[in-house]
Ligand binder design. Structure first.
Ligand code: HPA
Length: 248
């Protein structure tokens, strides 16, 4: 049975070398996931792929049904999720197209359905979220990158903003003071929901741009897309090696 899923973000709405076996349109008690689940093989190993923003990249971060996405993967028997995400760099040491495996999150989102534990039938539940990503999965990603000489940054604090607009320069200064090194819009509640369902979840973040105020250039979608085209090449390589290591 397939045990690992890849959630693709901006710049990764499809996996180039993925051999599709079947697409399953599934639904959950929370509604429909962003797209049908794609069952297939990466590097010859079974993987489920789900594009977070939908097949045609039409869902903005605050409109994604994160609960349906995570529940659909859980119902399929998935135990481990690698979430690929485009982010802005707050830490000036980070460069365009760098890959970061974050180890912490600060959540600035609001108004998103962010828990499975909120209807009257479920007891109040507080998950331990001290370390929001699976340390085991992170270490495996880091080891795979090192074994195959794929440069990555082994730690990062992912600040998750509401979007869809980009941040102001002052917001980024505040986030930097808080300790964020990266900024993205989709890391939460995805990571917390995976933890609630006791799934292993790690993030592979790709630097698409310098965060607001961190560069004299205006941030443009064209530049972001161009940078991601480069950055995602290394992500594909990492994922290919990773699924092979993971399945052995
Ligand atoms: N801010 C928030 N999300 C992002 C950014 C950014 O600068 N770049 C890519 N995703």
């Amino acid at each position: 049975m397939t045990k690992i899923a890849i959630i693709g973000g901006t710049g990764l709405t499809r996996l180039d070398d993925f051999k599709l076996d079947e697409q399953n349109t599934v639904t959950t008690r929370w509604g429909d996931p962003s797209a049908p689940l794609s069952f297939g093989q990466l590097a010859g190993y079974p993987v489920v792929f789900l594009p977070r923003h939908g097949n045609s990249h039409h869902l903005p971060p605050h409109k994604i049904n994160y609960r349906a996405n995570i529940q659909a993967l859980k119902d399929t028997g998935i135990q481990s999720i690698i979430a690929v995400a485009a982010v802005g760099a707050i830490d000036p040491e980070l460069g365009a197209a760098d890959i970061v495996i974050p180890d912490q999150i600060i959540d600035y989102t609001w108004g998103r359905s962010s828990t499975f534990y909120e209807d009257s039938m479920t007891p109040v539940t507080h998950i331990d979220f001290s370390w929001p990503y699976s340390q085991q999965l992170r270490q495996r990603l880091i080891q795979t990158a090192s074994d195959n000489m794929i440069p990555i940054v082994e730690q990062g604090v992912y600040g998750c903003t509401q979007g869809p607009r980009l941040e102001t320069a002052a917001e980024i200064i505040r986030m930097e003071r808080d300790g964020c090194t990266l900024v993205g819009m989709t890391g939460m509640p995805e990571a917390a929901l995976a933890r609630e369902l006791e799934m292993d979840y790690a993030c592979c973040a790709v630097i698409a741009n310098a965060a607001a105020g961190k560069s004299s250039d205006q941030i443009s979608m064209e530049d972001i897309e161009e940078t991601l085209r480069i950055g995602m090449k290394n992500v594909y390589r990492l994922l290919n090696f990773f699924v092979a290591d993971f399945s052995d």
